[in-house]
Design a protein around this ligand. Structure first.
Ligand code: HSE
Length: 386
């Protein structure tokens, strides 16, 4: 095995710590699987005095992230900082210099993905981010590899583990504030949990799914969204009495007029897979023209589950380096960087008379023919009997 690859990690929070620990403790097994040797040369952090995981040698830490990205020994940058400011600058710099980038950062990919893909493509770099959606659930591979010969027609799911955890805990009697505090303590929530409960994190993930699934430069701000922050215990309890669960659902589909997409808390019938998730689980359905509906379910948040996806991307990149493969971007159609826009989707769902704030999820919204008039103009939802 004559290929030695240098790795640098940016950020050592929940995900960065889990990735670094696995790379160090399971290095031999990972090298055997990858077919290329690697060395973790450094981990950039903001605070050198903060106590860290014992398995990580203190000598690996640096507070100079820019120097780590420019370190000539490093071929792969693993970005676990999150956010869109410093992370964007460092990822761009790494790609520009021809380094490969693996990221868990849905904010970054959802808002700047088309531009970063164009840069990676121009510089012959590899840009992978399986961990950005659904943590360990390999949905981006399914969109970009398994369904590469198909045409993705729709994607939908429950994409935020924190929201699912909070809503389930409220069903079991916890207050919203206590449930959210617990989700934070368990490492499910974002550094700023408003991203979770206001639906921003879910909308980022839907944008990433749409970019890869439909090959369109759709970014977060072009998708209608709402979160769970105003949901009351009374709403949750009344939904349960009607055999529904309130869940934050994201969905996007193709229509003849373009993409329709939306994120909102909906009533999901108790018999539906989106309602049967526990704790931080996610579920994602992907509908291909030829494949039909595929359903994925699994742990959607947490350090180790997210690290599983990051490590999978690292191994894929090491294998590609070992095989001296050309680095092609993830599945992308020929499209420019002009922003795509999504029309709202959920105004075609019916509403429940007892809980009229919430539309009722129906799978058929992903496949039913869409009238151009309905896509172009929002209309109030129909009411149904409870
Ligand atoms: N805060 C996110 C969630 C983490 O709860 O789903 C995983 O993306």
């Amino acid at each position: 095995m004559d290929i030695a690859v240098g790795i640098g990690i940016l950020g050592c929070g929940t995900v960065g710590t889990a990735v670094a620990t696995r790379l160090l403790e399971e290095r031999d097994a990972l090298i055997a699987r990858a077919g290329a040797s690697f060395t973790l040369h450094g981990i950039a952090i903001g605070n050198l005095t903060k106590p860290r995981e014992a398995a990580i040698a203190p000598s690996l830490f640096t507070d100079d992230a820019r120097a780590l990205v420019d370190d000539p020994r490093i071929d792969i940058i693993v970005e676990c900082i999150g956010g869109t400011t410093l992370a964007s600058e460092l990822v761009e710099s790494a790609l520009y210099s021809g380094r490969h980038v693996i990221s868990a950062n849905k904010d970054l990919l959802a808002t700047q993905g088309p531009r970063l893909h164009a840069l990676a493509s121009a510089r012959g770099s590899h840009l992978r981010y399986e961990a950005a959606v659904g943590s360990a659930i390999p949905v981006l591979r399914i969109l970009s590899e398994a369904l590469a010969g198909d045409r993705v027609e729709a994607v939908a799911g429950v994409l935020n583990g924190t929201c699912n955890f909070v809503l389930e805990a409220m069903e079991n009697g916890a207050s919203y504030a206590d449930a959210l505090a617990q989700a934070q303590a368990l490492g499910y929530a974002e550094a700023d949990p408003r991203n979770d409960v206001e639906g921003i994190d879910t909308t980022h993930k839907l944008a990433v799914l749409a970019q890869l699934g439909f090959g369109v430069p759709l970014t977060t701000s072009r998708i209608a969204s709402a979160g769970i922050a105003n949901i009351t215990q009374r709403d949750v309890a009344r939904a349960q009495m009607l055999d529904y669960h309130i869940r934050l659902v994201a969905a996007a589909r193709r229509t003849d007029e373009g993409i329709a997409a939306e994120v909102a808390p909906l009533l999901v019938h108790a018999s539906h897979p989106f309602a049967q998730l526990h704790g931080p689980e996610n579920a994602i359905t992907v509908i291909g023209r030829d494949s039909g509906a595929l359903l994925l379910r699994g742990q959607g948040a947490g350090g180790n589950a997210t690290a599983s996806a990051v490590l999978g991307d690292i191994i894929s990149t090491l294998r590609a380096i070992a095989e001296r493969r050309t680095f092609l971007p993830l599945r992308q159609r020929a499209h420019g960087l002009a922003q795509a826009h999504a029309t709202p989707l959920f105004d075609r769902l019916t509403r429940n008379r007892t809980l009229p704030r919430y539309a009722v999820w129906e799978d058929s919204i992903l496949t039913a023919p869409v009238s151009p008039l309905l896509v172009a103009h929002s209309r109030p939802g129909k009411e149904t009997l409870a």
